[in-house]
Write a protein that binds this ligand. Structure first.
Ligand code: FAD
Length: 376
């Protein structure tokens, strides 16, 4: 078959994972042209008409260094450093201060303790979040390193970096079939996507909730990914929170909330398995959440302005799968970001680009995230 588009690396998926990796690897290739093959740079293909349509436009937009296991915490700190360095060249900052306050009982707060979170007395927690009803919690922890993230600006930044480095973006085409062709040593993928034919020696699977389905298309063994529903809503309140108020989260994962202008973003923190789909919120879930948040705070929710549901896709051990497939040549995983997709994005893109370009990658996360790792 004759390809419509030939490239060196074909990235499947235009969420934060695919975009940040595509931008990083394209920038490195542009800076070192000897790494480019004959086909020409990096192409990103996205099934939806717009980039970031699925989970990447449905997050809570908070980066929390105390959240997740140690490898995730390290990747989060590295991502913060990389975004801060990039902000110097951006018209507006991507990050803004917003601390993270964890509340619950002694045991549940202690279970989530980390180097980036320090315990605070309930009275201090009430000073930071005066809308909390004192009887709603008995212990609290504060992460002052946590920040709010303008995720739209971050996606734009990566999109612009990708195109500035000569990369190309194709939207509205779903990759549905693939075959490995060519002589040994010069093999490449031919992939078909809604009438468009791509050719590339390397394919990156950044397909979010669809990543295991995409893997099967390429003959690779699935990672055992599960997409989990998570809902959020923006609500009107009688007593708006202070603009500088922290994100408040229940250590028992029953809810979290944070200011959203004069409104409040709330979430039930649910983790319900789903198929890969364009997920939608359920009125009953949102109503139950409103009642719960009204019972633990005095903000006084008066109405729901909008609600949405996204899929947080996890591997069985909860860590992303980043690296070459152990059995299928030319097939690279960038999946399973779960609830950490933004907060680990730049560091994971840095790691993935290094592996893809066969650079010396000295990164403790490499083994931990390897798609070939042993899982319990
Ligand atoms: C309610 C909620 C709150 C969250 N809050 C936070 C937070 O505060 N901080 C944080 O770091 N993370 C948060 N997350 C998690 C974060 O949003 C995700 O980890 C991240 O967006 C995943 O990005 P992704 O690129 O892997 O997936 P996606 O954004 O879903 O992108 C995958 C893309 O692949 C495309 N695709 C699939 N199959 C194909 C195909 N065959 N061909 C072409 N394209 C294909 C899809 O259309 C999709 O656009 C939250 C998630 C939810 C749902």
């Amino acid at each position: 078959m004759t390809a419509d588009i030939s490239c060196d690396i074909l990235v499947i998926g235009g969420g934060i994972a695919g975009l940040s990796l595509a931008a990083e690897v394209a920038s490195r290739m542009a800076a070192a042209p000897q790494t480019r093959g004959s086909g020409g740079v990096v192409v990103l293909v996205e099934a939806e008409p717009a980039l970031g349509y699925h989970t990447s436009s449905r997050s809570a937009r908070q980066l929390i260094p105390s959240y997740g296991p140690p490898v995730i915490q390290d990747l989060t700190l590295r991502t913060l450093a990389l975004i801060r360095a990039a902000e110097a060249d951006l018209p507006e900052p991507v990050l803004a201060p917003r601390s993270f306050l964890l509340i619950g009982d002694d045991e549940s707060v202690r279970d989530r303790a980390s180097a980036h979170m320090h315990p605070v007395m309930p009275a201090e927690a009430l000073g930071l979040a005066p809308e909390l009803r004192p009887e709603a919690f008995s212990a609290a922890g504060l992460d002052n390193t946590s920040v709010a993230c303008n995720t739209d600006a971050l996606l734009d930044y990566h999109r612009e970096r990708l195109t500035a480095a000569g990369g190309r973006i194709v939207t509205g085409r779903r990759v549905q079939a693939a075959v490995r062709v060519g002589d040994p040593g010069a093999q490449r993928w031919e992939a078909a996507a809604d009438g468009l034919r791509f050719e590339a020696p390397v394919v990156v699977n950044a397909a979010g909730a669809w990543a295991d389905i995409v893997a099967e298309t390429f003959g690779a063994r699935p990672q055992g990914l599960t997409p989990y529903r998570r809902t959020a809503a923006v609500v009107d309140v009688e007593r708006p929170l202070d603009a500088g108020a922290p994100m408040v989260a229940d250590a028992g994962d029953r809810f979290y909330y944070r200011p959203e202008g004069s409104q409040v973003l709330i979430s039930p923190s649910e983790r319900e398995p789903s198929v890969a789909e364009d997920s939608r919120p359920r009125d009953t879930d949102v109503q139950a959440l409103v009642e719960l948040v009204n019972s633990v705070t005095t903000m006084g929710i008066t109405g729901v302005a909008r609600a949405w549901t996204g899929l947080r896709t996890e591997t069985p051990d909860g860590l992303p799968a980043v690296g070459w497939d152990p059995a299928v040549p030319g097939f690279f995983w960038l999946a399973g970001q779960g609830g950490y997709g933004f907060q680990t994005s730049s560091a994971v893109a840095e790691l993935a680009a290094g592996i893809l370009l066969a650079e010396d990658v000295e990164n403790g996360a490499r083994e931990a995230l390897s798609p070939a790792r042993d899982r319990v």
